[in-house]
Design a binder for this molecule. Structure first.
Ligand SMILES: [Fe+2]
Length: 358
């Protein structure tokens, strides 16, 4: 490892070279990242100083390396210690296993054997595959809670907490009919959109009613490989989603593919039933409708779909930022099909997973 201070009229920074990688640390960045007790609270890891008030004339005067520590003196007469490993730590990317219709084994768990270790495995699996199936959950009305009480609260929406999915006469959503449901993500008209869906089967219909699942991150990857222009249109065009009833009006402008600053896909959306394409420049609309058609063709493609027919006590947990789900139409002479659905916010499940993995 090579370390030096670069000092010019315009620049002052610490230069570290390690394994063919070059790192440049500014003095203010270093102070903000110092673990010194005057800078950051030991218990909460929160900043004690007002970082925006650090003098922009701050400079690095000298450094010294002792074992794994870098001791740096600054021109404000302070000295801070840094663990070199912490400075060079690469950014961790979540482990995502992309899949398509040839996924050999549905990731499943038997709730009868539930314990803390299984909970950790369930959450890690949802993070890696975007979903998992949990068998032998209680078939009581609020049986979802048997698992979710170990994760965190169910998200309350305008429909309440855990909602019925049943064929009813006065359906306020097409889920409450015997109609097939095309693959979609839930509620893109909400901001933020609910992170995870727990879909609990109390009783299924004898004929039809199978669920389809699609890995939206894999679809986005397929598009990116096929045409970066199409990917960019889906990333950049802000479409519009809306839900409306007599008491509620939910609206959100957003794109079908959301990426982070490194262009990693972090969320996909697709919901034909609630999209209202906004007015825009003719060229933009043409590009978007073409790109959306390409997206949809991959979403409905059989080789990208898996099918699960849930039986009593089966619950699917899925990542609503990644997995598209649909349902085959069903015939239910005795009106016995009864599913229940609850949402969990993204940060609630992710927090539980991170604490369990720490
Ligand atoms: Fe849905």
């Amino acid at each position: 490892m090579k370390c030096s201070i670069i000092n010019t009229k315009k620049n002052n920074y610490l230069k570290l070279e390690f394994k063919d990688k070059l790192y440049k640390f500014s003095p203010t960045w270093l102070i903000e990242n110092s673990k010194d007790l005057s800078i950051r609270d030991k218990q909460t890891n929160q900043l004690l100083i007002e970082a925006a008030e650090l003098k922009l004339s701050l400079r690095i005067d000298a450094f010294n390396i002792k074992n794994n520590n870098l001791i740096i003196s600054f021109n404000n007469n302070t000295v801070h210690n840094f663990n070199i490993k912490d400075l060079l730590a690469p950014k961790k990317h979540p482990n995502k296993k992309l899949w398509n219709g040839s996924l050999k084994k549905i990731p499943s768990f038997n709730f009868k054997k539930f314990n803390n270790k299984m909970l950790k495995n369930i959450l890690s699996t949802v993070d890696e595959y975007g979903f998992c199936l949990i068998k032998n959950m209680p078939t009581t009305k609020n049986g979802i809670h048997a698992l979710t009480k170990h994760i965190g609260p169910i998200k309350e929406t305008n429909w309440g907490s855990i909602a019925d999915i049943k064929n009813i006469k006065k359906a306020y959503d097409l889920t409450m009919t015997e109609r097939a449901l095309e693959n979609h993500t839930d509620n893109p008209y909400r901001f933020p959109t609910q992170g995870y869906i727990c879909l609990h089967c109390i009783k299924n219909s004898d004929i039809g009613g199978e669920n389809t699942l699609v890995d939206g991150f894999n679809i986005a990857k397929q598009i990116k490989i096929k045409s970066i222009e199409t990917f960019n249109v889906l990333k950049n065009f802000k479409t519009f989603f809306q839900y409306k009833d007599k008491d509620t009006l939910l609206e959100n402008y957003c794109s079908l593919i959301e990426t982070d600053y490194e262009d990693n896909v972090v969320q996909i959306r697709y919901n034909n039933r609630t999209e209202i394409i906004p007015y825009d420049d003719l060229k933009k609309i043409t590009e978007y409708t073409e790109a959306r058609q390409c997206f949809w063709n991959l979403i409905k493609k059989k080789s990208n779909n898996i099918t699960i027919k849930q039986t009593s006590g089966d619950m699917i947990i899925m990542d609503n930022y990644r997995i598209l789900h649909g349902r085959a139409k069903y015939k239910d002479l005795n009106n016995q099909r009864y599913f229940r659905q609850g949402y969990i916010d993204r940060d609630i499940l992710q927090s539980k997973l991170k604490i369990m993995q720490a």
